[in-house]
Design a protein around this ligand. Structure first.
Ligand code: AMP
Ligand code: MG
Length: 415
C-alpha cells in the first residue's frame, strides 16, 4: 500500500500552478494573484470627515465642553461636493461623512454635540456646539489607508471579496492571476442511470458526478460535465482525448479497484502514463493518477477516483482537491486541521491503514471542537456521510477512546 503522503506528493509533483493571465478585478474573486499588486493611487484621495457634523477650527471650541459656543454656519458640504469657503474664526461648515475638509477647518464636531439655533440677531444661521475637540478630530487623512507605491498584496494572495474591494479602491481594474482550472468530470459504468427512468434490475442511480461537479466548483474550478461513459473502450477513449484538449484536468469515478475488469484501466493504461495505487487509507483505497498527453506534447492530470460514492468523496478531498488548488496557485491546498475531542469511542482494528471517520462537530463551551460519528461508515453509504462536518483521522491501531484527542480535517473552508 502507498502511504497517503506519498500519493499526495506524486500527484502534486504533476500539478504545478498554471502561468499568469490577466483578468478584470471582479472576475478575480477566488483566484490567486500571480504578481504583487502595487498601488498607483492614494486612499483616501483627500482629507475628509469621518462623521456628520460641523467642520470647525479646534481653537473656537476649546472651552465648548464646559461652556457651549455658538458659531455661524457659513456653508454646507455633502459627500461628493466641495466648499468654496475658507473657514474663518467663529465659523462652522455643516459637513457630511466623506465630504472633503474645507480650507481653514482643522477638526469636526459630531452632529450629536450640536444644536441648531436658527438665525441670530443679524440673520445668520447659528449652531451651538457643546464638545471640545482637538485639532485633527474626526478627520480621515489622505493616504492613511493606502499610499502610492504600497505593495498591497503579494503574489500568492487569494482574491477574497474584500481584496477585490481594495483593488477597486485603487483602480487596479486588471490583475495577473493563476487561471481557474477547467476540470472535466465523468463517471463510468454500465449500471449507472441518470435520466430519471425506472431502474431495471442491476441498475443504480448515478450520484458521483453530481457530487464531484459540485466539489470541483466549490474548489474554485470551472466544472465541465462529460456525463456517464459506458463501459466501452472506444467511447471512453474518445471522451478522454476530447477532455484532454478542452480541459486542464480530468476527474473520473469508477473502475479503478483492484481485480476489476475495467475499461477505465484498459484505456487509461494504454493512452496515459498512470500510477495505479492502493493508498493506505479507508475509505478510498483504490486511486489512480497519471497524465494524458495532448497533441502538442503538453499533458493533463487525470484523477481516477473509486466508484463507491463515499470513497469518491474522500479521495477527491485528500488527493484531487489539493492538486486542483495547487494548479490554481493556492499555496495551502488542504482543508483546515485541528485537534478535536472525540465525544464517543472511535474504535477500529489494525489493518495498516489510516481511517478517515466521518464526523459531525461543534465547538463546546470549553472552546474545543467536539466530534461524534455521523453513523453508518460504509463506503457506499453516502446518505450518512453527506452531512459530515469533518473527517476524523484515526491512525492504525485500535482507535480512539471517548474523551481523547483526535485530529480532524474540516470538510468546509480553507486553511
Ligand atoms: P467501481 O469502482 O466502478 O468498481 O464501482 C464501485 C461501486 O461504486 C459499485 O457499486 C458501483 O456501482 C458504484 N458506482 C460507481 N460509479 C458510480 C457513480 N457514478 N454513482 C454511484 N455509484 C457508483
Ligand atoms: Mg464500474
Amino acid at each position: 500500500m502507498t502511504p497517503l503522503d506519498d500519493a499526495r506528493r506524486l500527484v502534486l509533483a504533476s500539478c504545478p500552478a498554471a502561468g499568469a493571465v490577466e483578468v478584470a478585478h471582479r472576475d478575480a474573486i477566488g483566484l490567486v494573484l500571480a504578481q504583487p499588486v502595487v498601488s498607483g493611487e492614494v486612499v483616501p484621495p483627500f482629507d475628509n470627515t469621518a462623521v456628520d457634523g460641523y467642520a470647525v477650527r479646534a481653537a473656537d471650541v476649546a472651552t465648548a465642553h464646559d461652556d457651549p459656543v455658538d458659531l455661524v454656519v457659513v456653508d454646507e458640504v455633502a459627500a461628493g461636493a466641495t466648499s468654496s469657503r475658507t473657514l474663518g474664526r467663529g465659523e462652522a461648515i455643516r459637513i457630511m461623512t466623506g465630504a472633503p475638509m474645507p480650507d481653514g477647518a482643522d477638526a469636526v464636531v459630531m452632529v450629536e454635540d450640536s444644536e441648531r439655533r436658527g438665525a441670530g440677531a443679524d440673520g445668520r444661521e447659528l449652531v451651538r456646539l457643546s464638545a471640545s475637540v482637538p485639532r485633527g478630530a474626526a478627520i480621515r487623512r489622505a493616504g492613511d489607508d493606502v499610499e502610492v507605491g504600497d505593495v498591497l498584496f503579494a503574489a500568492g494572495t487569494v482574491v477574497t471579496p474584500a481584496v477585490a474591494g481594495v483593488l477597486a479602491s485603487v483602480n487596479a481594474r486588471v490583475v495577473a492571476v493563476h487561471p481557474r482550472a477547467r476540470v472535466a468530470v465523468l463517471s463510468t459504468g454500465d449500471e449507472l442511470v441518470d435520466d430519471g427512468s425506472p431502474l431495471e434490475r442491476g441498475q443504480i442511480r448515478e450520484s458521483n458526478r453530481t457530487m464531484l461537479l459540485g466539489l470541483v466548483a466549490a474548489a474554485g474550478c470551472a466544472a465541465v460535465d462529460l456525463g456517464i461513459v459506458r463501459d466501452d473502450e472506444a467511447e471512453l477513449e474518445a471522451v478522454l482525448r476530447h477532455a484532454a484538449l478542452d480541459c486542464d484536468a480530468i476527474v473520473s469515478s469508477g473502475g479503478v479497484s483492484m481485480g476489476d475488469y475495467d475499461v477505465v484501466k484498459a484505456v487509461l493504461g494504454r493512452i496515459a502514463d498512470m500510477s495505479w495505487m492502493q493508498v493506505a487509507i479507508k475509505p478510498a483505497k483504490p486511486f489512480a493518477f497519471g497524465t494524458l498527453r495532448r497533441d502538442d506534447s503538453t499533458s493533463v492530470p487525470v484523477f481516477g477516483l473509486p466508484g463507491n460514492p463515499v470513497s469518491s468523496l474522500v479521495s477527491f478531498e485528500l488527493l484531487a482537491r489539493p492538486a486542483l488548488r495547487s494548479m490554481m496557485g493556492h499555496r495551502r491546498g488542504s482543508r483546515p486541521r485541528l485537534v478535536a475531542v472525540a465525544d464517543e469511542d472511535l474504535r477500529r482494528s489494525t489493518d495498516g491503514k489510516t481511517h478517515f471517520v466521518r464526523v459531525n462537530g461543534s465547538f463546546g463551551g470549553d472552546g474545543r471542537y467536539h466530534v461524534t460519528t455521523v453513523g453508518a461508515q460504509g463506503s457506499h453509504q453516502l446518505a450518512a456521510t453527506a452531512t459530515a462536518d469533518a473527517l476524523a483521522v484515526v491512525g492504525d491501531g485500535d482507535g480512539v477512546a471517548a474523551g481523547s484527542d483526535v485530529e480532524v480535517l474540516l470538510l468546509h473552508g480553507d486553511a
